[in-house]
Design a protein around this ligand. Sequence first.
Ligand code: THU
Length: 156
Amino acid sequence: MLSKEIRFTYDEFNSFDVLDPEISGLIDQASLAADNAYAPYSGFRVGVAIQLVNGMVFYANNQENSAYPSGLCAERVGLFFVQANHPDIAILRMVLVAKQHGQLTDEPVFPCGACRQVMVESIDRQKVPFELWMAGKNRVLRLDSADHLLPLKFLF
Ligand code: THU
């Protein structure tokens, strides 16, 4: 028997001021995208900016539905849109924010399990990792690969 360990490291930024302007710009745009979320049931507005390796950036947000499970998280709305329209252009990074009562959350929001599953398959599909940035007012976290969030992933 072998005992094995899985570890990953991530970067934490405690101020927006220390961020590269390109990243803070993406956070601002993801925050604007969150304002367009359709979230009448939860009031929790999530926004993403997805930047491709060719520099194109796409935005998405959560889309809820009165038949609750029919709604979809911002991350999957964004990933599915990008992969539907630009299947051959790799994703470079995703930036994720959430807002409540018109304000960015204090802490970063982490993707739900289903979105993690879609992220790992997106990375498997494009054969290169993409960065995941999660921004809250108090701190911003950066993972060099989103698939760190789902070790022992299901893929077949
Ligand atoms: N939501 C997202 O869009 N992304 C996440 O990572 C977590 C949750 C959405 C789903 C639902 O519309 C609302 O936030 C509350 O759960």
